[in-house]
Write a protein that binds this ligand. Structure first.
Ligand code: ADP
Ligand code: ZN
Length: 438
């Protein structure tokens, strides 16, 4: 592949919308045939009185029932496989904190295609075989580890499986190995930067960093900008989920104008989570994905529970693959407090506007005197506890801005930097200690 090309897979990346739709129909039909080899889908189709031949157009997709996380749980571990187990070479599983864990199986071809997707993304943001890629995300069952590992290797980069944690060692790797690109969850990037500062390392001067891939957890535009300013590099949003393989499903191009979801690999639908009817472009709804290129465990109309909206279909970068807004969170991240629906990301957006505040925050919900309350603890960038007037004013200002955004007044607590817990995986932003009324 010519390093000067903007596209790793020009024949797919630059397809016209019409050609994308033709390819999608062809791949949908073969995916449906593949699904008939899975006991689960075979039964689903029979129950719905549907035959593979009934899918003659992309609109016919809507005849197919949705697949949910519960279906994955009910068929745990192998009930959704569309190939015999001996053809599978990898299994990933979610944590399963609520009920059965879920299992996703991969054939060698699935893994190859997954690596191609990730390589495409990294190429899209300017990475080439001369780059050095440090993957500072968890390995093991978390798909951000192996997913980026194989994708970066597929592109041809020197790839360092640093995994998350041990920040001093991470930074030593970066400086010693000449790391030019890092992948990590956004909350961990902030942590890395803090440790750099403490050890007198200036990322602009002492490292060769130029690109960050951040994802796996919701983060606001404000958070991204902060990260870019801290490290002096571009930070690109990366979307993935184990059910769809892992990272590689959606990624921002250099325009940073939304996530390109790869329509040669997925069919994207945005539906109203209540009625399950499609919502018009631009309106927020639940993301529903159908895999188009998977062998071991194709999924039809999978309800991701992630909320987003369509931003557009074409892009100055020359790719016509659908662009989606950054995720607001999953419908299950939504807090309902005194009847108001609130997403943690709304709170983050406001906090990040205050330069006095650092990036780590924690939302705690409690019931006091039969009233639901929210406390937002946030770390101060610099400690100025001797100036009470200033602290008090800052707390009030934050409270007022939060109220404008979420329509109720939370308690705001400013705490010293480093006092809130940091996670090496996905950040825990909300603790719900409310009484549950039956
Ligand atoms: P788990 O289900 O155990 O959290 P996954 O890695 O499969 O493990 O998580 C996928 C989910 O992570 C997505 O459904 C989405 O909610 C979230 N996610 C992944 N990437 C992003 C991103 N770039 N922005 C916001 N949320 C993301
Ligand atoms: Zn683009």
């Amino acid at each position: 592949m010519d390093d000067n090309s903007n596209y790793l897979h020009p024949q797919y990346e630059t397809m016209s919308i019409d050609d994308i739709r033709d390819l999608q129909l062809e791949r949908l039909q073969s995916t449906v045939r593949q699904c008939m080899k899975s006991p689960f889908y075979k039964k689903r189709f029979e129950e719905a009185g549907l035959k593979p031949d009934d899918i003659q157009s992309l609109e016919d997709l809507r005849k197919i029932p949705f697949t949910t996380k519960q279906d994955l749980r009910d068929t745990y571990p192998f009930g959704m496989a569309s190939v015999p187990l001996r053809q599978c070479v990898r299994l990933h599983s979610s944590s399963g904190t609520t009920g059965n864990p879920t299992v996703i199986l991969h054939t060698q071809k699935d893994l190859d295609e997954w690596a191609n997707q990730v390589a495409r993304n990294l190429w899209m943001v300017g990475l080439r075989p001369d780059d050095v890629f440090q993957n500072s995300s968890g390995y093991g069952m978390f798909t951000g580890g192996l997913g980026f590992q194989y994708g970066a290797e597929r592109l041809g980069m020197l790839t360092i499986p640093a995994a998350a944690g041990n920040s001093l060692r991470q930074i030593k790797f970066m400086t010693d190995f000449g790391t030019t690109a890092v992948h990590a969850v956004p909350s961990y990037v902030t942590r890395l930067y803090e440790v750099m500062k403490e050890s007198g390392i200036d990322p602009r001067k002492d490292t060769k960093l130029k690109v960050l891939a951040i994802g796996a957890e919701p983060h606001s535009e404000e958070q991204r900008k902060r990260i870019e300013d801290m490290l002096g590099v571009k930070a690109y949003n990366s979307f993935g989920m184990s059910e769809m393989c892992g990272p590689g499903v959606g990624f921002e191009c250099k325009e940073q104008n939304g996530l390109h979801f790869w329509e040669d690999y997925y069919i994207v639908e945005i539906v109203d989570p209540e009625t399950l009817e499609p919502v018009p472009d631009g309106e927020i709804g639940e993301l529903v994905l159908t895999t188009l290129n998977r062998e071991a465990m194709p999924l039809l109309r999978y309800r991701t529970r992630d909320l987003t909206r369509v931003l557009g279909h074409s892009c100055p970068c020359g790719r016509n693959h659908i662009r989606l807004d950054r995720m607001r969170g999953r419908s299950d991240d939504m807090m309902v407090l005194r009847g108001v629906n609130i997403f943690p990301i709304q709170i983050e957006k406001i906090l990040m506007q205050f330069k006095e505040l650092a990036s780590n925050y924690l939302i705690t919900l409690t019931t006091d005197d039969d009233n639901d309350n929210m406390t937002v603890e946030v770390e101060l960038e610099e400690l100025f506890t001797d100036d009470f007037q200033r602290l008090l004013k800052l707390e009030k200002d934050i409270q007022r801005k939060l109220k404008d955004e979420i329509l109720l007044t939370p308690h705001v607590k400013l705490v010293p930097k480093g006092s809130l817990p940091v996670s090496e995986g996905k950040a825990v932003r909300v603790i719900d200690k409310r009484k549950v009324y039956q």
